[in-house]
Design a protein around this ligand. Structure first.
Ligand code: ZN
Length: 393
């Protein structure tokens, strides 16, 4: 189930000097101004501020992984080459606010061990950076008409407006950062003075990637516009970010605790991305309803989620094995029918039957050990260069 497209401003609190300006900012993000006339990050007008066309996926990352001539295979950008996916943003965002992030992250991502190099980088910096890629991809694809409908009187957009509206929490987070304001999330039943409960408006996970398998490329970008999620794998680091008000991290982190301290094979990372994105589809829609407030003392926008603080909105009644199989199959490049048994159980490359982490078999010795283990099933690879090891959960 996608995030609810209903994101009203239902109230605000202020006791400071210029709350109206920030309320205008909130309204501006909710209105989704045309990117041809306004910077998609800070909202500044193209008439008043210099705008330049910038790569949505940073050039230094494209150069590191030799992506320039490769095609994005993420939805909405099929057949586009990385080097041609650009968008106009203002010089201030490009050179100052977001430029500072790029300057900090580029040396870390181009380090021989990015996972270690990023250890001292705050989650917020990574979330803003991933959010920028995610939001700009969404704005770019929303701005373009679907060429398959070019003969229609009113051709649809590649990314429909309803889907873009579900990503406003990401857009609001970036707008706050771009304009020097804070952004926090809370829940509908928090006390009247909830500063002590404010949390980050996103969930960010970072994983070490097992790079031993030279047959797998060192880069992957996975973007889900419906679920406001983006994942990126670059060398030894894998990042998954959801603009969900922080609820995945709040309620489901323990479910993935068995991964702590373990390095994931790239195929395991892909499966994990599929599973975490699937989690968002069973979330009660109330958790995606957000009211925005302006808090003057904190100089921050407060996103108040529609779900209560202590109520887990991930509901078993929304579980749909077919949808789960479809998503896991999509993200791991397998036939959905092959990831689920006839009686509704799922294969996984992540866990053993006892629930502990399952190291991925790469070397011949590891593969031989897997062959001898009755709980394992070695799958014929879809890509002949890739071997997968799976077992039933
Ligand atoms: Zn800007």
């Amino acid at each position: 189930m996608p995030r609810s497209p209903i994101w009203p401003i239902t109230g605000w609190r202020f006791n400071g000097d210029d709350p109206a300006m920030s309320l205008r900012m909130i309204g501006d993000v909710l209105r989704l101004r045309d990117i041809a006339t306004h910077c998609p990050l800070c909202g500044r007008s193209t008439q008043r501020y210099v705008h330049t066309e910038e790569h949505i996926v940073p050039l230094w990352l494209q150069q590191k992984h030799d992506l320039l001539n490769q095609r994005l295979t993420i939805p909405n950008f099929i057949d586009k080459r990385y080097r041609s996916v650009k968008i106009g943003i203002c010089a201030r965002c490009n050179n100052q606010r977001f430029g500072a992030i790029e300057s900090r992250l580029a040396p870390a991502f181009t380090h021989p061990d990015p996972y270690a190099a990023l250890a001292r980088v705050d989650d917020a910096v990574l979330a803003f950076w991933l959010g920028k890629i995610h939001w700009l991809l969404a704005r770019k694809s929303h701005s373009a008409h679907d060429h398959r409908q070019r003969d229609d009187p009113s051709p649809g957009r590649i990314l429909p407006t309803e889907v873009l509206e579900g990503q406003r929490l990401c857009g609001m987070t970036l707008r706050c950062f771009a304009t020097g304001k804070g952004m926090v999330a809370c829940h509908r039943d928090d006390p009247p003075v909830p500063q002590f409960f404010y949390e980050a408006p996103y969930t960010l996970y970072r994983f070490r990637i097992d790079e031993r398998d030279q047959r797998i490329g060192a880069f992957d970008l996975i973007d889900n516009a419906m679920l406001a999620g983006i994942a990126l794998r670059s060398g030894s680091v894998g990042l998954i970010c959801l603009f969900d008000g922080g609820i995945h991290g709040r309620f489901l982190t323990q479910r993935y605790a068995y991964l702590d301290g373990n390095a994931l094979h790239p195929r395991q990372f892909s499966e994990l991305v599929g599973q975490i994105f699937y989690d968002q589809t069973v979330c009660d829609p109330s958790a995606a309803w957000v009211d925005y407030f302006w808090n003057t003392p904190l100089r921050a926008v407060v996103a108040r989620l529609g779900s209560p603080r202590h109520w887990d909105p991930y509901l078993a009644k929304h579980d749909d094995p077919q949808r789960r199989a479809h998503m896991l199959g999509f993200y791991t490049q397998q036939d959905p029918a092959s990831v689920m048994t006839d009686d509704g159980r799922f294969f996984t490359s992540l866990r053993r039957l006892d629930g502990s982490f399952l190291p991925f078999a790469v070397t011949e010795a590891e593969l031989e050990a897997a062959r001898l283990d009755p709980t394992m099933e070695l799958r014929p690879p879809i890509n002949p260069t890739i071997r997968r090891r799976l077992f039933e959960s």
